[in-house]
Design a protein around this ligand. Structure first.
Ligand SMILES: [Zn+2]
Length: 395
């Protein structure tokens, strides 16, 4: 019988599986606070409907002697639907299609000219979305939604891109409407660093942390926050604009209109300018990783400057882990070592001694995967395509 309580319990199980990927029955009891008997009965029902299944048989090597059989894990079946994640960067577009078992089905990345206007970028992204869906053999009707990451503050219902975005062609654009029209699918938009935080927290270097910070150190220096086990966006969805921390009142004017922001000292443009480099940041990071001492010094200076700002953030938020990504993060210890040193020097001892500062595990896939996570977490109706639950500050 479909009582309202049973419908709620069913939704709770489906949502728990959508958010977590694979869970045992005991995990479902813990996550949903439902009775074991309720979970068991509903799992049977959902398995009969084909919405819930067990992932492929585990290799026997994982079964440790003396520990008994591991509990059977449950996942949402492919028929529950598919989600897409898209990352717009300064010079790339990246698209991923994944199912509700958290399996990536197809993925494409393409380099673009810098600073494509919004219309051109969206047209390119729509092509990439078509390509990943074709490669994954997914019909559009199976797609529940597309998550999208943009570099800049993302404000309000329209997901308007703020004036300090590093993509000048997107400033003032209401991204939700433009993207929904182009993709002909429901869309959720968030800031790129927020999505990096989400993916590292769900699957990467921030797993298991209730309080963590993700730093995206690239052209802009953004950060995403996980606070008390939830993504934190602030009142308008703008939280985490670390790159606009004022560092030097007499410093150069920043694209945000203020003076001496962290980004003017430690963003990739500043690093390239300090080296007089005519090539791109990827080439420069490549030279750093190959041991070029001069490049290593410049990247270390940027890491130290970011570390001073991260120290302030850590004093205020007291995270257990800071995960560092973006192009500068991909220089590894050359960037993260000096960053760590500056945090240890500038943050309260109590805050820094137990703090772990570590490299991103997901690298240049972090934002696109976070965009997938955004939709996984927002979906409430399976398997039908329904409007996604809007985000706070993006509602
Ligand atoms: Zn600024």
């Amino acid at each position: 019988v479909r009582t309202p309580e049973r419908v709620d319990a069913r939704s709770a199980i489906l949502r728990a599986l959508a958010v977590s990927g694979a869970l045992s029955r005991a995990d479902l009891v813990r996550v949903t606070s439902l009775a074991f008997s309720t979970v068991s009965a509903l799992v049977v029902e959902l398995q009969d409907e084909g919405l819930v299944t067990t992932p492929g048989a585990r290799p026997t090597a994982e079964e440790q002697p003396g520990r008994g059989r591991p509990p059977t894990l449950l996942v949402l079946h492919r028929s529950a639907g598919v989600v897409v994640g898209v990352d717009f960067g300064k010079q790339h577009v990246h698209a991923v299609a994944a199912d509700f078992a958290h399996t990536v089905l197809a993925e494409r990345r393409t380099e673009t000219e810098p600073d494509l206007p919004a219309q051109a970028g969206v047209a390119l992204a729509a092509e990439l979305v078509d390509q990943v869906l074709a490669e994954a053999d997914v019909a559009r009707a199976e797609v529940l939604g597309v998550g999208v990451g943009l570099p800049g503050p993302i404000e309000g219902t329209a997901a308007e891109v703020g004036g300090s975005s590093i993509l000048p062609g997107w400033i003032g654009v209401g991204a939700s409407r433009l993207l929904e029209r182009s993709f002909a699918l429901p869309v959720l938009v968030d800031n790129d660093a927020n999505l990096g935080a989400l993916s590292e927290w769900m699957w990467g270097a921030g797993r298991g942390c209730a309080n963590m910070v993700f730093i995206k150190a690239a052209t802009g220096i953004g950060c995403g926050l996980i606070v008390n086990g939830e993504p934190y966006r602030g009142a308008q969805g703008i939280a985490g604009e670390l790159g606009h921390t004022p560092i030097d009142r007499a410093g150069p004017v920043c694209r945000c209109g203020k003076r001496g922001c962290l980004e003017t000292l430690a963003g990739t443009q500043a690093v390239l300018a300090s080296l007089g480099a005519s090539d791109g940041i990827d080439e420069v990071v490549g030279r750093c990783n190959a041991g070029d001492a001069r490049v290593r010094e410049a990247i270390g200076d940027a890491g130290e400057a970011v570390g001073s700002a991260v120290a302030i953030l850590c004093n205020l938020f007291n995270p257990e882990r800071v995960v560092v990504g973006g192009e500068l993060g991909s220089a590894g210890e050359a960037f993260i070592g000096p960053l760590r040193h500056a945090v240890a020097r500038d943050a309260l001892g109590l805050v820094s001694t137990r703090l772990e500062i570590t490299a991103s595990a997901l690298g240049d896939r972090a934002v696109a995967l976070g965009a997938v996570g955004l939709v996984l977490r927002a979906t409430t109706q399976f398997p039908a395509r329904r409007p996604l639950r809007r985000l706070a500050g993006n509602a």
